[in-house]
Design a protein around this ligand. Structure first.
Ligand code: ASP
Length: 337
């Protein structure tokens, strides 16, 4: 077979796999609906069998995922819901890994990173933001109101104020105290799953079947000044293609960036892998190349256009949230070690 023909054939096969499940789900829905009589019965049946809306997010961020699910159920768009969801954690002062109250860098500055993507494939990101809490919403503004994809530090902050974002001190008394304690014997050491880093990455599919995502973090606790991880980097912390699906990452950002993990997962799904198989392969690439993988955690979650979900991580202990059909559940991820 000529190369061009082969590529065309395999691409179509890939699309067939990705959309085939959606078609099956819809057909099942129609067939079963045909056998019920009353309007109410049909309504219940349709609701209970609908694959969408769906919201998934990293870790046990129950309230954030529930918020996204609620927004989606109220017919909000996938992007509106993802941003409303992650804002719950950005504003949670007790969460020391996302938003206000996040652990600072070595100098005592809390710096936030975030990115968003919409179903059209547009994206926005902000890095090293020191004075604004809702950085996912700020990343959206970068996407929608500027000709750029990413703004950093003061540039992002000044743009934020011009868009009505409030200037705030992000360092809470509690985070300041912990940082002062850390300074007594300063050492950066990730503790697997009790991480000093737990980003929220969220993927949503609205009732029209459109996919969006948001990823927001305060990064590694006590990181070097100016350090930026994978979370705001399109393709690493987050990537989606509305035709195929999406993926988000959490864990040691330096290692995610080396394999452009979220982009990799979406491309593997494009070529026919399930979200689960794609997450496993993305983790395998990191583990197989890196002897130090026992010392850090990385986890991926992914969703495809049919609403199938997958997840994989290096160390046992990672869980994620899944909202579908009014149920918001915490799911254990598969793992290597
Ligand atoms: N990936 C984030 C970073 O490297 C941290 C995390 O998700 O735990 O900044």
């Amino acid at each position: 077979m000529k190369r061009r023909k082969f590529i065309k054939k395999t691409t179509l096969a890939g699309i067939g796999i990705a959309t085939g499940t959606t078609i099956t789900a819809c057909n099942n829905n129609l067939n079963r609906s045909a056998s019920v009589n009353s309007k109410e019965e049909k309504q219940t049946m349709n609701n209970s069998l609908k694959p969408f809306p769906i919201a998934i997010c990293t870790w046990a961020f129950t309230k954030a995922n529930a918020k996204a699910g609620e927004e989606l159920s109220n017919s909000k768009s996938a992007l509106d819901a993802a941003i409303a969801g992650v804002e719950v954690e950005e504003e949670n002062l007790k969460n020391t890994t996302v938003g206000k109250g996040g652990a600072p860098d070595r100098e005592g500055n809390v710096t936030l990173d975030a990115c968003v993507m919409n179903p059209q494939g547009d994206c926005g990101a902000v890095v090293c933001v020191n004075t604004i809490t809702n950085v996912a919403a700020l990343a959206r503004k970068v996407m929608e109101e500027t000709p750029h994809v990413m703004l950093a530090a003061e540039g992002a902050e000044e743009f934020g104020y011009s868009q009505g974002f409030k200037k705030e001190n992000l360092l809470t008394e509690a985070s300041k105290k912990e940082w002062e304690e850390w300074k007594k014997s300063p050492e950066y050491k990730p503790i697997i799953n009790i991480e000093n880093h737990d980003t929220i990455g969220m993927l949503t599919i609205d009732k029209n079947g459109d996919i969006a995502g948001a990823c927001t973090t305060s990064g590694l606790s006590y990181k070097m000044k100016g350090r930026v991880g994978d979370s705001p980097i399109i393709g690493s912390g987050l990537f989606l293609d509305n035709e195929i699906g999406g993926a988000v990452a959490t864990g040691m950002g330096e290692e995610v960036m080396k394999t452009v993990g979220s982009f990799l997962i979406v491309e593997l799904m494009r070529n026919g892998m399930t979200p689960q198989a794609a997450c496993e392969e993305a983790i395998r690439r990191i583990v197989s190349k890196n002897d130090r993988h026992k010392d850090f955690q990385i986890a991926y979650i992914a969703i495809n256009k049919a609403g199938e979900v997958g997840s994989y991580c290096i160390h046992e202990g990672f869980t994620y949230m899944k909202y579908q059909n009014g149920v918001n559940e915490n799911v254990k991820s598969g793992f290597v070690l």
